[in-house]
Structure formats: structure tokens, C-alpha cells
Ligand binder design. Structure first.
Ligand SMILES: Cc1cc2nc3c(=O)[nH]c(=O)nc-3n(C[C@H](O)[C@H](O)[C@H](O)COP(=O)(O)OP(=O)(O)OC[C@H]3O[C@@H](n4cnc5c(N)ncnc54)[C@H](O)[C@@H]3O)c2cc1C
Length: 390
């Protein structure tokens, strides 16, 4: 996502980007993404929101089920003007199509070597011949090869496990819910069902806090997850039954934390630089805003990439810190640590948040707390001909 968005914005500013992606097809096992926190503003400026009209749904109300004998705590939906839910594959395809119209694409290849020279970076590829580029943007995701080649330290120094396993899979729509995410919260684990726009299906998510926390690099299996949820009621028996037949994506929840996002002419973007964790619901917005910011700042500095990288990092750091805080907060809200007392604290926090959200929504005429976060200077990054003011 970040790479395609950057290619689009870089081309708008007059650069000639080349995108290298080892995956020829834009597809994933993630069915839906919720995009808020300024991400919709970037998509609108790319003209993508209109083209995705059939794939988009409204932001969901979230229902937290803490106790079997009590009503769920309801957190009102964010404003549809600032937040949307979209099927991930059509979004990826639209971003790629837009990038392809504006940039050279090399699919099915990967970078194997980066050597900086005074006036460029010599790049070696797995399959194609070596080439020289002025700048290299590593937007190659959580396990970034560019980061591994250019930055000191190993992946273990940069990628931090939050100690919780997340399993995501698609199940038939057996609840008939609409614009709703419903969540069962139990000590150390949580289960979530969300509807997918335009599909007769739900996205199911299980989160399980591992006994040894972030030190455990072993992946939990579906069988181990099923054992952890075996005693739970609500929709869990049906979810576990569906999981036994589903194509399940299981991974630890992780964040990428780096002291700096650039080394010489190489800079990182998106999950490669600042993954905040899928549960924050903010990584797409971060990737899109980061792409617009990086291209915009480079366009303002007339070839002085160091100043451009510095300004990009200064602009994006507050957004990333907010998102990474949200990532940890959300994981703790759905799979609370601290046993039964942790569950009670989480319930109190979610209840207080729900009340605060209602008040905020009332006062601001529709926006709620989940729309909060640092302001993003869209106008600063608009290509010169599209700015309202110079
Ligand atoms: C389970 C899950 C749920 C999510 N839900 C949400 C959500 O609700 N809301 C939200 O905002 N975000 C969500 N996200 C995050 C979002 O989908 C993206 O991961 C995020 O936008 C970051 O995008 P990215 O482009 O930086 O990284 P990625 O999307 O990971 O893209 C990396 C790209 O680099 C390519 N690549 C990787 N390695 C190489 C290599 N060595 N050589 C060449 N190419 C390479 C890959 O093929 C890919 O195209 C979720 C993510 C996951 C995993």
C-alpha cells in the first residue's frame, strides 16, 4: 500500500519512481480494513474513494461483551466522513492501478544489495540487472529487506512482539450484523466478529495473550488457540468450528520501532518503518499519510534529500507515536492482561471511553474520539498546481 501510494504522489510532484514488488498479484488473506485517522483524506485526494464506492461500508459501532449476564458496552461509530471500512484486495488493486499509471513497475523481483555512492544508490536485484537510483524508499512491509540491508541491528532489534497472538479468518455471516464489530472480552483473550462490506461473510479475529508474553517467538497453532477459547460461550463455539475449516492467518501482534527512518539516501515508509500493529486500525492511514508526506517533503527541498527525510520524519513521528499507543491500548482492550482484575479495569476503561465518545460526538456534531489524533497538513503536501494557497 505504502509503496503504491508513494509512487503516485512522487509522480504528481514530478519524480520518476520505479516500484519493485515481489508479489505480482495484489491479494491478501485480510478481508477488510478500517481506515480513519486522516487516511480517508489521502484516498479522497487520490480519487480512490469514488472508484471504490461498491467496496466500501460505514464505520462500525463496537459492542464489547464483558459478561454473559450484562448488556454489552457500546462505543458509537466514528463519522463516515472521516472513517470507512473497505475490502482490502480491491483497495490494493486500485492503489496499484493508480501507481502503474504513474510509475514504472517491476513485479516478481526483490532487492539483494544496496550500495550508496556520492550521487545515487547502486541496487542489486534477485532476478533483474543492477541499476542506479537517486533515492531508495523501503516500503516492503514488516519484514523489510531494505531495512535489513541498510540499517544497523537485526529484525529482533526493530520488530517488537506485543505478546499476543492474532488469528484472522473469514466465516459465513451467521449473525446478520450490519456496520457492527462485536467483541467478547475475557482475561487474556478476546474474539471479534465484523461484517465485510458487500459480502455475505464476517471477519473473525481471535486474540490470545501468550503465557510467556513477548519472549515466545513460536507461532500458536489453530488447535492451541481453540484450546484457549474452549470454555467460552457467546459465538465462540461457532467461530472455533469455522476456524477448523478456514484459511487462517496467525501471527504475533507486532510493532516496528526505529530511532530514525533514514540512512543516507535510503528511507523507510509504512510498516517497514513504523508498523503500529494491525489491531490499532491505523497502519493503512499511517502508510497513506507517510507516502503523501515523504513525496511532498522531497518536492519542497529541491534535491536535498536529507532535509526532505528530516522533515518527513518530524511530520510523521507524532502520528506514529499516537498509533503505536493505540495499538498497545487496543490489544490490551480486547485481550486484557492481569487476569480478572485486568478484565474489570478494561471494562471500566472501555465504559468511560464509550461515554466520552458519546459526549465528544454530541459536542463536535458527529466526530468521535476515534477520529482524534494529530492534524495532518494535507495542504502542505498537495502538488503545486493543486494548492489553495502558495
Ligand atoms: C491482519 C491484518 C489486519 C489489518 N487490519 C487493518 C485495519 O483494519 N486498518 C488499517 O489501517 N490497517 C490494517 N492492517 C494493515 C494494512 O493492511 C497494511 O499492512 C498497512 O497499510 C501497511 O502497508 P505497507 O504497504 O507498509 O506494508 P504491506 O501491506 O505489508 O506491503 C508491503 C509490500 O512490499 C512487498 N514486499 C515485501 N517484501 C519484499 C521484498 N523483499 N522485495 C520486494 N517487495 C517486497 C509486498 O509484496 C507488499 O506488496 C492490517 C494488517 C494485517 C496484517
Amino acid at each position: 500500500m505504502a509503496g503504491s501510494a508513494f509512487a503516485y504522489w512522487a509522480a504528481q510532484h514530478g519524480f520518476t519512481p520505479t516500484v519493485v514488488d515481489r508479489e505480482p498479484r495484489a491479494s491478501s488473506r485480510i478481508s477488510r480494513v478500517e481506515i480513519g485517522f486522516g487516511g480517508v483524506g489521502v484516498l479522497e485526494r487520490m480519487g480512490i474513494v469514488d472508484r471504490l464506492a461498491d467496496e466500501v461500508g460505514p464505520p462500525p459501532t463496537v459492542e464489547f461483551h464483558f459478561r454473559d449476564d450484562a448488556e454489552p458496552v457500546r462505543v458509537p461509530a466514528a463519522s463516515p466522513e472521516t472513517t470507512l471500512v473497505v475490502r482490502r484486495d480491491p483497495l490494493l488493486r486500485e492503489l496499484r492501478a493508480l501507481a502503474s499509471a504513474n510509475a514504472e513497475h517491476v513485479f516478481g523481483d526483490s532487492v539483494t544489495g544496496l550500495e550508496e555512492t556520492p550521487d545515487g544508490v547502486d541496487v542489486e536485484f534477485e532476478n533483474g540487472p543492477a541499476r542506479r537510483f537517486d533515492l531508495v524508499v523501503g516500503a516492503d512491509g514488516l519484514h523489510s529487506t531494505v531495512r535489513g540491508l541498510s540499517f544497523e541491528g537485526t529484525e529482533a532489534d526493530h520488530v517488537h512482539d506485543l505478546g499476543v497472538t492474532v488469528a484472522i479468518f473469514t466465516v459465513p455471516d451467521f449473525t446478520g450484523q450490519d456496520a457492527l464489530s462485536s467483541v467478547l472480552v475475557r482475561p487474556g483473550r478476546g474474539a471479534m466478529l465484523s461484517d465485510i462490506p458487500g459480502e455475505d461473510a464476517l471477519e473473525a479475529v481471535l486474540l490470545h495473550r501468550r503465557p510467556r508474553g513477548g519472549r515466545d517467538t513460536e507461532r500458536e497453532t489453530p488447535e492451541e488457540l481453540a484450546a484457549a477459547f474452549a470454555e467460552d460461550g457467546w459465538h465462540v463455539p461457532r467461530i472455533l468450528d469455522e476456524m477448523s475449516r478456514a484459511d487462517v492467518r496467525i501471527a504475533p501482534t507486532r510493532q516496528v520501532r526505529l530511532d530514525t527512518w533514514s540512512r543516507g539516501r535510503v528511507v523507510l515508509l509504512g510498516n517497514a518503518a513504523f508498523c503500529s500493529d494491525p489491531m490499532s486500525g491505523m497502519d493503512t492511514a499511517l502508510a497513506l499519510k507517510g507516502a503523501m508526506s515523504l513525496a511532498g517533503e522531497l518536492a519542497r527541498v529541491e534535491g536535498d534529500h536529507r532535509s526532505g527525510y528530516f522533515a518527513y520524519e518530524a511530520a510523521m513521528r507524532p502520528h506514529v507515536e499516537h498509533a503505536q499507543w493505540m495499538g498497545e491500548y487496543t490489544v490490551d482492550g480486547v485481550a486484557p492482561s492481569g487476569g480478572s482484575s485486568g478484565l474489570r479495569l478494561t471494562r471500566a476503561a472501555v465504559w468511560a471511553g464509550a461515554v466520552a465518545t458519546r459526549v465528544t460526538s454530541f459536542v463536535t456534531g458527529g466526530n468521535n474520539l476515534t477520529d482524534a489524533g494529530p492534524e495532518f497538513p494535507f495542504e502542505r503536501y498537495a502538488p503545486a498546481g493543486e494548492r489553495d494557497t502558495v
